[in-house]
Write a protein that binds this ligand. Structure first.
Ligand code: PNS
Length: 159
């Protein structure tokens, strides 16, 4: 049975993430969306439980997808889950350069870890949670960039 782990910060989940999750749910028997709780990174708008809650709402209706919070090294989490596939999304060449070194380091630490990549659809290739938060803070409507739950949460957080 193939079990892929899709890790990230998801602060908050946006349409690019949702698209990857939907497509990956058809490619793997089981998909775990793993939300990093990094106590040293204090610049998050949402704490890990809030981010998890948003994802759980979005994945309703996808029976082979679940979401969890993890801490520490990704490879330890993946190994503990009995998984070997790490799923990442790529938007552009910069992502690729960053991800390749991370994939190699992860494989150095856990030899069985295979990082696989899905290309972001072109319509979401410029999208990131950081950009979304930035434009929200200038009052821009992001309803076409994030799922409804994230929109609601962003509005609440920003007001
Ligand atoms: O959404 P992001 O912030 O780009 O996700 C980055 C993430 C969570 C995948 C990455 O930072 C990560 O795996 N962090 C866990 C710590 C870890 O394993 N570090 C070693 C990477 S080689």
């Amino acid at each position: 049975m193939s079990h892929a782990v899709f890790p990230g910060s998801f602060d908050p989940i946006h349409n690019g993430h949702v698209d990857i999750i939907r497509r990956a749910s058809k490619l793997f028997d089981q998909l775990t969306v793993a939300v990093l709780n990094n106590p040293y990174k204090q610049n998050k708008w949402f704490d890990s439980d809030e981010r998890l809650e948003l994802i759980e709402t979005v994945i309703q209706g996808l029976p082979n997808v679940k979401a969890e919070v993890f801490e520490g090294l990704l490879v330890n989490y993946v190994r503990d889950k009995g998984a070997e596939i790490i799923l990442k999304s790529l938007r552009n060449v910069s992502d690729f350069e960053y991800e390749v070194s991370m994939a190699h380091m992860n494989q150095h630490m856990y030899e069985r870890a295979e990082t696989t990549f899905l290309l972001t659809r072109p319509e979401w290739s410029y999208l990131s949670s950081t950009r979304v938060k930035e434009i929200v803070s200038y009052g821009v409507d992001v309803s076409d960039l994030v799922p409804a739950v994230s929109l609601q949460a962003l509005k609440k957080k920003f007001s």
